[in-house]
Design a protein around this ligand. Structure first.
Ligand code: FE2
Ligand code: FE2
Length: 296
């Protein structure tokens, strides 16, 4: 049986935001975006859904007051509870209190891996949900850290998955493979890449954070970076994993045409192309050798 799930990220809810902040974000309309998410995902009836972090606008950059932070957690959690499929998530750098750096308020409503949670999400499929902000100073290390504890936990989860005939998907908020700008890369990314290279149960890695769609076939696994849900191109991925080893992704923009256009108008054509990615960063069907090996 194929497995089909939704991956969404960087919803950045900010109640009564005073401005939109940097493009493509449309923070003054974050509630409109948030409310449109559950019906869009429920319409697909996926096996499960995963959020890649940055639910909120805490952390650096926005200087969010604590009472607004607490209100944003409640509104985001209550709205996303309307997603009918099992829902999993990881934290982003903007999910902590901007005044203290604490994730306690967030952890009261969303699970917080300490630092890695493993979930049996479907037959022969496990999720490794990584918290790259665990025990780190999120203001000084806004791209998170691939720590010893994360590395060891992932290696043992991958060994166990292989022994059990399960494929493993890794989710972390920040990037694993650099681009020409080199921004937003998790600290110790090279060590993580080495672990990925040597753990054949890991078939794909999912990230958010940079608000850019990009898919990279690296060695015999995939690295899937996804754009934000608070601005252009304002959508999420529907992913299907098939028994013959194929990974299929479709990008679903939310049904908010005017909002998408307003966000688009904040950037140059060139920058919008970067947020959106090439067509094959959104719509693609790729044979993943590791998935084929484990599932067929
Ligand atoms: Fe973000
Ligand atoms: Fe982020």
């Amino acid at each position: 049986m194929p497995v089909r799930f939704a991956f969404l990220t960087d919803t950045h809810h900010y109640p009564d935001a005073p401005e939109n902040y940097g493009a493509p974000k449309m923070l003054t309309r974050s509630k409109e975006v948030l409310d449109a998410i559950p019906p869009a995902i429920n319409a697909l009836n996926p096996d499960f859904a995963v959020h890649g972090g940055d639910f909120l606008c805490g952390g650096g950059s926005f200087d969010l007051p604590t009472d607004t932070y607490l209100r944003s957690i409640d509104e985001a959690a209550t709205t996303l509870d309307r997603i009918e499929a099992p829902f999993y998530s990881i934290p982003g750098n903007h999910d902590c209190d901007a005044q203290t750096g604490s994730f306690d308020g967030f952890a009261a409503r969303f699970p917080l891996p300490e630092p890695l949670s493993i979930v049996d999400a479907a037959p022969r499929l496990r999720l490794a949900l990584a918290n790259v902000f665990f025990e780190c100073d999120v203001f000084a290390q806004g791209s998170g850290v691939w720590s010893d504890a994360l590395d060891q936990s992932l290696r043992s989860a991958a060994d166990q998955a292989l022994a059990d005939g399960c494929a493993l998907l890794l989710f972390l908020h920040t990037w694993v493979l650099p681009d020409y700008e080199g921004k937003g890369l998790v600290e110790n990314a090279e060590r993580l890449r080495n672990t990925l290279d040597h753990c054949p149960a890991i078939v794909a890695v999912f990230t958010g954070h940079r608000h850019i769609n990009r898919i990279t076939a690296h060695r015999d696994y995939l690295v899937v970076d996804t754009a934000c849900l608070i601005g252009y191109p304002l959508g999420f991925r529907e992913i299907t994993l098939s028994e013959n080893g194929y990974f299929t992704t479709h990008f679903h923009a939310l049904d908010l045409a005017q909002l998408i256009e307003d966000s688009y108008d904040r950037s140059t054509l060139e920058q919008n192309r970067v947020w959106q990615g090439e067509i094959y960063d959104r719509e693609n069907e790729i044979l993943v050798p590791r998935l084929k090996e484990i599932w067929s």
